[in-house]
Every structure is written in structure tokens, then in C-alpha cells.
Design a protein around this ligand. Structure first.
Ligand code: PHE
Length: 454
């Protein structure tokens, strides 16, 4: 590989920009759409407890590992491994990451498109006066359609490509740091409305009271997959973003702040959804459509619900957008730096091929609903393979790379900004990435595919 000139590589302009962009990648549909639907299907409280444990013993260490790899190498997810481990097969992690990015964006853009439809429905006041069964029916009729869901998906991909094309400082950073805090405030307002609905306590119980009889290895794997998906780890998005982080940034504190923000938003999303699920006599295991069915019910019952719904769906779309740009950036950075094509061409090819594949995911809810592989639609399959298999596997390999290949001294050098920051939890971090995280991930894998019985 020819040496790349790093001097003109883009980077984040400010410390807050780094946190905003990384949090922008982490916070998205994973928190607000995926977390409630997976928690609902996996029995609630016990799943949530395991998820939280995984965030901190696996998620944070992996996020930090990705930052270290990215900033040290200043390369895309594939080039980083080529650079740090020349002539060794570790670059496979990067290739897996590119594949994960493709798969994730195909189905993610379907849901992201739905958020645009819901902005329009909010503006046209179409939730008002409808019963919860009517709201459910109207969601289902939209979702199973052909033209509208595809149109929104295509529009969403055009928006994503547009921002990625604008580059890091002018594109990604500018948009994320204003809108994310606003989303957080709005979710809190919705939580307050949800927990004051009649019958809300059943939902809080569902979310927070662990029923350990519901735990299976499948549920444990779901929790691991959700933790990885939500934190954007295991596929190189944060290696790529890490490569744009400046040398004086405190990586550990960035990783911890971002992880806490992400987790809080997921939990608050749960507090906003589940009380309402029970209050409106819906089912927690409604699946992929859960939030789109529940949220309009809350708005319908809320003073000023019309305005809240418009702002909420706009912010949800923005949260999704700050995540999709980080996924597309993985593909684009790879194309630009490894295949040596222009950023414009790379963005166009990446976005177009993902959109074409993505249309099949969107149609999984409509005319392709009966096309199934391993009992799942294409959408369900891509969601499962990426979140529950590729991301945990990527996370496993990343910690192994750092803990067992790169070595203590190089990690310390990068993490301490060449000795200028005092590292307080260094030995804990090393222990987690060398032993705890890899053993935990490996055990969960082997158990859930039935290779060992614990
Ligand atoms: N973390 C994002 C979300 O929660 C999704 C994502 C996954 C982004 C993997 C990048 C990489 O919406």
C-alpha cells in the first residue's frame, strides 16, 4: 500500500465536536427504535440488566480500543490494521467492518425512512382522534406499502450521502452538536407524559423488574448485540472517527461520556415506550414497528402533542442521520484511501449500492414479506447477522488485537497522549480487554450456537 499523505486529512475541530460526533453516531435508532423492540421481545427487566452490564464491561473497553487504533493509525478501518500490523491478517477485522457497514445501512435506512414519513404524518395531524388500534393499522398499512417507504429510504440516503460528501468538520460536526441535546430534552418530556398515563406502572415494572426465568443464551446474545449496535462498536465506525480525533483529546473520558449518554438515552427511551405500551393495551413484543405504533398514541394524549410530535420525529430523523453518516463514512473512507478514488465517487458508489440492497429490506415488510431465510425476512436477517454476529465478532477481534498483538506500551503511549495524561484505570482496562471481554464474548457465542452448554 502506498503511503498516504496525512497532512491534509480532515479532523474534528473541537473537543466538544468529537464527543458530539461520536455520540451522534452512537445515539440513533439503536436507542429509540431497536432497544425498546429488542427489550420487549426479550422479556424486559432481565435483558435490560444484562445489557447494562455489557455496556460497561465490554462496550466501553471496545469503544476505547477503537479510538486507540483509529487515532494511532490515522487510517480507515481496513488501512488501520494494515498499518499497525503490516503483513499480518488482522486487516480482516477491517474488511468485516466494511461488510457490517453495508448490511447495517441497508436495513437502518428503511427505518430511518419511516421517521421521515412520520414527520409528514405529524405535520398533517394524522394521529389526532385515532384509537390505538387505528394508529396501529395505519402504521401497518404504510409499512407494507411499496412506493412511499422506498421513496423515504431513497431520500434519507441522499441526505446521508450529502453530509458525508461535505466532509468531517463542515458536515458531520456542524449538525450533531446542536441537535442532540435538544433530542434528549424532548425524550425527558415524553417520559414524563408516559409515566403519568393511567396504568403506567406496569410498564416500568416490565422494564426494570428482572424476571430471571426469561434469560436464555439467546437473550444474552441479544443483549450483547444490542450493546454493540447501540454504541456503534465492532465494525470500525469508531476506528474511522478515532482517526479524525486530535492528539490532545482525552480518549478515555470521551469514551466514558459517550457511553453514558448513549445508555441514558436508551433507558429513557424505554421509560417513554413501555408505560405507554401497557396504558394503551398494546403488546411489548410488537417487534420492529413498536415505537412507531406507541409514540403516536402518546402524542395523541399529550397537551401540545401536535407540535411535540413534529419536533420529535424531526429530531429522531436527525439522530438517525448522525448515525447513518458514521456508517457510510466507514465505507467511503475505505474507498477513498484504499481504492484511491475521489470522495465524491466513493460516496456515490457506496450510497447507491447500499440503497439498491436496502430497497429489498424495505420490501421485506410488504411484497417480499414471505421471502424467508432461516425463518427471517431479509430485513430481519440483516439485522440479526450484523448486530448479533458481526458486531460482537468484530468487538472480540478488536480487543484481541489490542490486548494480545499491539501490546501494553503502545496502548499506554496512545491513551496517555504520550505521557501527558495520568492514567488511573489502565490496569483495569488492560484486564478487561485481555481477558474479561474476549472470554465473555466467546462464551456467549459458543453457548448460543449450542457448541458448548453452560
Ligand atoms: N449506534 C447507532 C444507533 O444506535 C447505529 C450504528 C451501529 C452506527 C453501528 C454505527 C455503527 O443508532
Amino acid at each position: 500500500m502506498a503511503d498516504v499523505d496525512f497532512s491534509n486529512r480532515d479532523s474534528f475541530a473541537s473537543k466538544f465536536g468529537v464527543i458530539a460526533a461520536t455520540a451522534g453516531s452512537a445515539v440513533g435508532l439503536g436507542n429509540i427504535w431497536r432497544f425498546p423492540y429488542v427489550a420487549g421481545e426479550s422479556g424486559g427487566g432481565a435483558f435490560v440488566l444484562i445489557y447494562l452490564a455489557f455496556i460497561f464491561i465490554i462496550g466501553v473497553p471496545v469503544m476505547l480500543s477503537e479510538f486507540i487504533i483509529g487515532r494511532k493509525a490515522k487510517q480507515n478501518a481496513y488501512g488501520a490494521f494494515k498499518k499497525l500490523a503490516p503483513g499480518k491478517p488482522w486487516f480482516v477485522i477491517g474488511l468485516m467492518g466494511i461488510v457490517s457497514a453495508f448490511l447495517i445501512l441497508t436495513f437502518y435506512s428503511t427505518i430511518a425512512g419511516w421517521t421521515l414519513e412520520y414527520i409528514v404524518q405529524s405535520v398533517s395531524n394524522s394521529f389526532s382522534g385515532k384509537s390505538s388500534q387505528e394508529l396501529k393499522a395505519s402504521f401497518e398499512s404504510f409499512q407494507s406499502g411499496t412506493f412511499r417507504p422506498i421513496m423515504w429510504q431513497v431520500i434519507f440516503m441522499i441526505l446521508t450521502a450529502g453530509i458525508v460528501l461535505a466532509g468531517i468538520k463542515d458536515g458531520i460536526e456542524k449538525y450533531t452538536k446542536v441537535l442532540m441535546p435538544l433530542l434528549f430534552v424532548l425524550i425527558i418530556v415524553m417520559c414524563i407524559r408516559a409515566v403519568t398515563l393511567p396504568g403506567a406502572s406496569k410498564g416500568l415494572e416490565f422494564l426494570f423488574k428482572p424476571d430471571f426465568s426469561k434469560i436464555t443464551w439467546g437473550v444474552v446474545l441479544e443483549a450483547l448485540g444490542q450493546a454493540a449496535f447501540s454504541l456503534s462498536i465492532g465494525m470500525g465506525a469508531l476506528i474511522t472517527y478515532g482517526s479524525y480525533i486530535q492528539k490532545d483529546n482525552n480518549l478515555s473520558s470521551t469514551a466514558i461520556k459517550v457511553s453514558i449518554t448513549d445508555t441514558l438515552i436508551a433507558i429513557f427511551a424505554g421509560i417513554m415506550i413501555f408505560p405507554a405500551v401497557f396504558a394503551f393495551n398494546l403488546e411489548p413484543d410488537e417487534g420492529f414497528g413498536l415505537v412507531f405504533i406507541v409514540l403516536p398514541n402518546i402524542f395523541e394524549q399529550m397537551a401540545g402533542g401536535y407540535y411535540f410530535s413534529i419536533v420529535f420525529f424531526i429530531l429522531l430523523a436527525v439522530a438517525a442521520l448522525t448515525s447513518t453518516i458514521s456508517v457510510l463514512e466507514v465505507v467511503v473512507a475505505y474507498f477513498v484511501e484504499e481504492l484511491k478514488i475521489s470522495r465524491k465517487k466513493a460516496t456515490f458508489i457506496g450510497a447507491l449500492s447500499i440503497t439498491i440492497l436496502g430497497i429489498f429490506c424495505t420490501l421485506s415488510f410488504g411484497i417480499l414479506n414471505d421471502v424467508k431465510l432461516f425463518g427471517k425476512t431479509m430485513f430481519g436477517l440483516f439485522d440479526y447477522i450484523s448486530a448479533n454476529i458481526l458486531l460482537p465478532l468484530g468487538a472480540l477481534l478488536i480487543v484481541l488485537f489490542l490486548g494480545w498483538y499491539l501490546g501494553k506500551e503502545k496502548i499506554k503511549e496512545e491513551l496517555s497522549n504520550s505521557g501527558t495524561i495520568k492514567l488511573r484505570f489502565f490496569s483495569v482496562f488492560l484486564f478487561l480487554i485481555k481477558y474479561i471481554a474476549p472470554i465473555a464474548i466467546a462464551l456467549i457465542f459458543l453457548n448460543s450456537i449450542g457448541l458448548i452448554q453452560f
